[in-house]
Every structure is written in C-alpha cells, then in structure tokens.
Design a protein around this ligand. Structure first.
Ligand code: MLT
Length: 247
C-alpha cells in the first residue's frame, strides 16, 4: 500500500492522483478535533466552507430551526457566528440534530483536495483508534484501494509539527500490520513520531500553534485535542457535507 503525506496545504497536484485512495485530513489544533466533537455529540452534518463570507451566505439560506454557523478567523469566533472553533463549543445540547456551516483558516481549506478519492475521513488524536480501524477495514473490503493519503492542514501554509506527528502516528501503526511503501514525507512523519512518541503530547504543547493558543487563553482546548480516543467516531466527507461514518 502506497502511503503519501502532504505536510503543508496549497500543493499542486492533478486530482486523479487521489483515485482509488483513502484521504485522511488532519488538523489536530483544532478543526479536525472540533469536527469530531460535533459529530460525536450528534450534529446531523457539517458543511465545510473555505471562507467566512461564503459561510454566512449558505447559513442565511437555511431553516433557522436546524442551522448553526461555527469556526474561526485569526483563531477567534467571527462576528455573527454562533460557535467558535473550540471543541468545547459543540456540546450535545447545542449541536444535536443540527446542520453546521463551518469555516476555519486552515482546516476547511484542506478539503478542497482529494475530491476524486472515494473514502475521505477527518482524523486527529481524539478519534485515533476509530480512524485506524476505518482505514484497515476499508482496505480489507475495497480491493481497488492502492494508496492512503495523509493531508496535514499546517498553519497559514507553513509546516505544523502536531499534524505531522499525528500523521506519523497513523503511519507507524499501519506499518505494523500492512505492507507499506512510504513516500519521503510519510517516512519523515513516521520517523519524527517515533522519535517524539515517549513525550508526544508534552512536546506538542511546546510547538508554535500550542504557544499561540496558550497566549490566547485556549489551554483547555489544547488539553482536549491531545487525548487519544475522546471521540471514538469517524467523520466522513460525503459530497458537500461531513457526516458520521456508518462503519
Ligand atoms: C484552522 O483550521 O485554521 C485551525 O483549526 C486554527 C485554530 O486553532 O482555530
């Protein structure tokens, strides 16, 4: 199984590169984790949108009873949004049964890649075990799958250590049970994860985006994002929306 990793977004590649593949979208701090929180807590669907203006337009067209709009710009809740990008905002009594229009700086931008892949999932540490099982069972049940692509959100087009380590964690575990052919970036992510794994979450707390979040008083979000299997579900992208996987 070929494993590719895209360490930063805004790469140029032909869409058919993603044919017959699984795409795994990772934005540990915080978009992937927040999506997992919303889906775990019963949101009907999440519609990811690349920018705030477009998000407001789609939201305005929806029935008041079922709609919410959430996300961030410059790490803060935009004016007129119901919810920010904190996984804690997406509690059961707030999101259950709702359609959430969701826009963030890096995370939602990432979903523009990989449309031609049949299996597109949102992953982080909070749904590590479920995502790993999903990947393994998809490979077992769909013999046409010949690659897995890990797409890291990065930070404002720059490298993000926590997303790379999370991808490396998945790759390291997959390499124990399936035969893999790693791209250079996949190999680098795996080696970095294996180097840091003993102190993984303490190390991530020292990285750039954790520092920015700590300065903004978002330490409790970091704590929630750095937990294995807090939200044991798999959000899948189906058409324009993200829903809970049925497997
Ligand atoms: C993003 O998608 O840009 C991030 O999740 C930023 C954040 O921490 O809000």
């Amino acid at each position: 199984m070929k494993i590719n990793t895209f360490l930063m977004p805004n790469f140029e590649i032909e869409e058919d590169f993603f044919n017959n593949s699984i795409c795994v979208y990772i934005d540990v701090l915080r978009a992937s984790t927040t999506i997992c929180s919303a889906i775990q807590n019963g949101a009907k669907e999440i519609i990811p949108v690349a920018d705030v203006e477009q998000a407001m337009r789609i939201y305005s067209g929806l029935d008041r009873e079922i709609r919410l709009i959430g996300g961030e710009k410059n790490m803060e809740k935009p004016a007129n949004f119901d919810l920010g990008n904190s996984p804690n905002d997406y509690a059961k009594d707030v999101v259950e049964g709702k359609t959430i229009i969701f826009s963030t700086t890096n995370g939602t931008n990432l979903f523009q890649y990989g449309h031609s892949s049949q299996h597109r999932i949102i992953s982080a540490f909070v749904n590590f075990g479920s995502s790993l099982s999903y990947i393994k069972s998809t490979i077992e049940n769909h013999h046409n799958i010949d690659s897995i692509n890990f797409l890291c959100a990065g930070n404002n087009t720059l490298f993000s250590y926590e997303d790379t380590l999370c991808a490396g964690n998945y790759i390291s575990d997959l390499a124990k049970s399936i035969e893999t052919e790693l791209s250079d970036a996949s190999h680098a992510a795996k080696v970095l994860y294996e180097f840091h794994k003993i102190e993984l979450f303490n190390f991530i707390r020292l990285c750039d985006h954790s520092n920015r979040m700590t300065k903004m008083g978002l330490k409790s979000d970091i704590d929630l994002c750095l937990q294995y299997d807090a939200f044991p579900i798999v959000p899948v992208i189906e058409g324009i929306s993200i829903k809970k996987s049925r497997i």
